[in-house]
Design a protein around this ligand. Structure first.
Ligand code: PRP
Length: 225
């Protein structure tokens, strides 16, 4: 049995578009269903777990799932002991520092974020002491109500920032979806995992014309611009 952890939420649509093209097809309408374990339509040896994105590393690291599809942002924060097999170059977002226009990043003291590791590293390389305010959603609210001087968050379309009167102050990297595997499963279920990984790699390469070179994914310690 190969158990594949899928992220609920915004990534799910692009993942579900990709999986059937490489022979992995959930048997039910994953978006509509409330089931959390879904069988494959054709393969009795494959099933899917519907997991909150932030929990995918734990499910895979502890072997509850053999593989998972998850954003690099989540992996970077989790620091889980996993094999990262493939950059799917989908679900591409920017990790940014954002706030009110004119905010001087050198004077920032309080930073609200779902990504404390990114925030610590971004300001740490500038030897800048900050207080992290851990927020799990609607992070853009924090500067609006005086909870923080800026935020560190993902931007996809930029709508959430612009509709809340915030701007990008600096960039900290580019994020994309990764295929990860449990270390033991990677040994014991090599054939099935390689089939999925190779299929996704071919699909990704076939689509490479649409890629740009910035989607390589690791969060870098970008300079404050
Ligand atoms: C993410 C992110 C931003 C928003 C950016 O939040 O944290 O808030 O999406 O997307 P945009 O640039 O397309 O507007 P998410 O939708 O995951 O919800 P959350 O606020 O509950 O974290």
């Amino acid at each position: 049995m190969l158990t594949v952890a899928l992220c609920k939420g915004r990534m799910l649509q692009s993942t579900l578009a990709l999986l059937p093209t490489v022979g992995f097809t959930p048997a039910e309408d994953v978006i509509d269903s409330r089931k959390l374990i879904i069988e494959d339509a054709a393969r009795p040896d494959v099933r899917y777990l519907l997991v909150k994105p932030v929990d995918v590393p734990a499910f895979v690291e502890h072997g509850a799932a053999d593989v998972g599809l998850v954003g690099k942002d989540i992996l970077y924060e989790a620091e889980a002991d996993l094999h990262e097999l493939l950059d799917l170059r989908s679900g591409v977002c920017r990790m940014v520092i954002a706030g009110f226009a004119g905010t001087n990043l050198r004077t920032v003291r309080r930073v609200a974020t779902k990504y404390p590791r990114v925030a610590r590293e971004f300001f740490g390389v500038r030897s800048q002491q900050i207080e992290i305010i851990d927020i799990s959603g609607s992070v853009e609210l924090a500067p609006l109500v005086g909870l923080s001087d800026c935020i560190v968050d993902l931007v996809e379309t930029g709508r959430t920032l612009s509709e809340n009167g915030l701007v990008i102050l600096a960039e900290a990297g580019t994020i994309s979806t990764r295929l990860v595997a449990n270390r033991r499963s990677y040994q014991l279920k090599a054939a099935a995992i390689d089939e999925l990984s190779d299929g996704l790699r071919r699909a990704t390469e076939a689509d490479s014309g649409a890629h740009d070179d910035t989607a390589t994914g690791t969060v870098r310690q970008g300079a404050v611009s």
